[in-house]
Design a protein around this ligand. Structure first.
Ligand code: DX5
Ligand code: ZN
Length: 217
């Protein structure tokens, strides 16, 4: 399959959110990535439901919502109502991940599970039949603009083999420090979805950078 590009709004200009979302609408991006941080699971606070709803009003592409929050079960329904199409929870924040993923699917969203850089891919073995996507964090979650962790390539390859061997219908998303320089290697390693914040929104021509991430040039 062709890979997907999901620009992360965390690096966008929040004073001009509508026009940032409209730029993504008109670009070759496939999804819009929204990072929700609670100041507990990660040492940073981003934004919540009012901002998601504001994005949803303007966006024409699916909202790819990444929760970096403890005990996400409390809010699954509210994220759905705010407009999330994909809802990804952190493996490390869920005590009953099977129940959480099943609930996300029952609400009509695609279920994703994210793993931190220190979390081994092998721990996902028994959840793969219950999720639509695995997000491999390629930086420690909490901030945009960090340096890509190179050990991530091996994790992507390992997960690709697990998914192919088990014939699971699961996408591999990668997130953190991704730019036009490492995108090709990430796709070659087996990733299906590229999240990119700073490299898109801090570039001179964000729509063109999205196009380059999509065409891998
Ligand atoms: C980090 C977030 C990322 C972040 C990526 O915790 O999950 O989605 O926005 O930002 P960049 O692309 O700047 O590393
Ligand atoms: Zn993210």
């Amino acid at each position: 399959m062709d890979h997907l590009v999901s620009p992360s709004l965390l690096a966008a200009n929040f004073g001009n959110l509508d026009s940032e979302v409209m730029m993504v609408n008109k670009s070759e991006a496939d999804w819009i990535h929204l990072d929700i941080m609670d100041g507990v699971f990660v040492p940073n606070i981003s934004f919540g439901f009012p901002v998601i709803r504001a994005v949803k009003r303007v966006a024409v592409k699916p909202l790819d919502v990444h929760l970096m929050i403890v005990d996400p079960d409390r809010y699954l329904n509210q994220f759905c109502e705010a407009g999330a199409n994909n809802l990804t929870v952190q493996y490390e924040a869920c005590t009953h991940l099977n129940r959480t993923a099943t609930e996300i699917r029952n609400l009509g969203m695609k279920a994703g599970v994210a793993i931190n850089p220190h979390t081994p891919v092998l721990l996902l073995k028994n959840i793969l039949p219950y999720v639509d996507m695995v997000l491999i964090m390629t930086v420690n979650p909490g901030f945009g603009g960090q340096i890509f962790i190179k050990e991530s390539y091996n994790k992507i390859t390992e997960l690709r083999n697990m998914i192919d061997k088990g014939q699971y219908n699961v996408l591999i998303e990668v997130d953190g420090g991704i730019d036009t320089a490492n995108a090709i290697d990430l796709i070659d390693a087996g990733a299906n979805v590229l999240v990119a914040g700073s490299s898109v929104f801090k570039s001179k021509d964000p729509a063109k950078t999205i196009s380059r991430l999509k065409k891998l040039i």
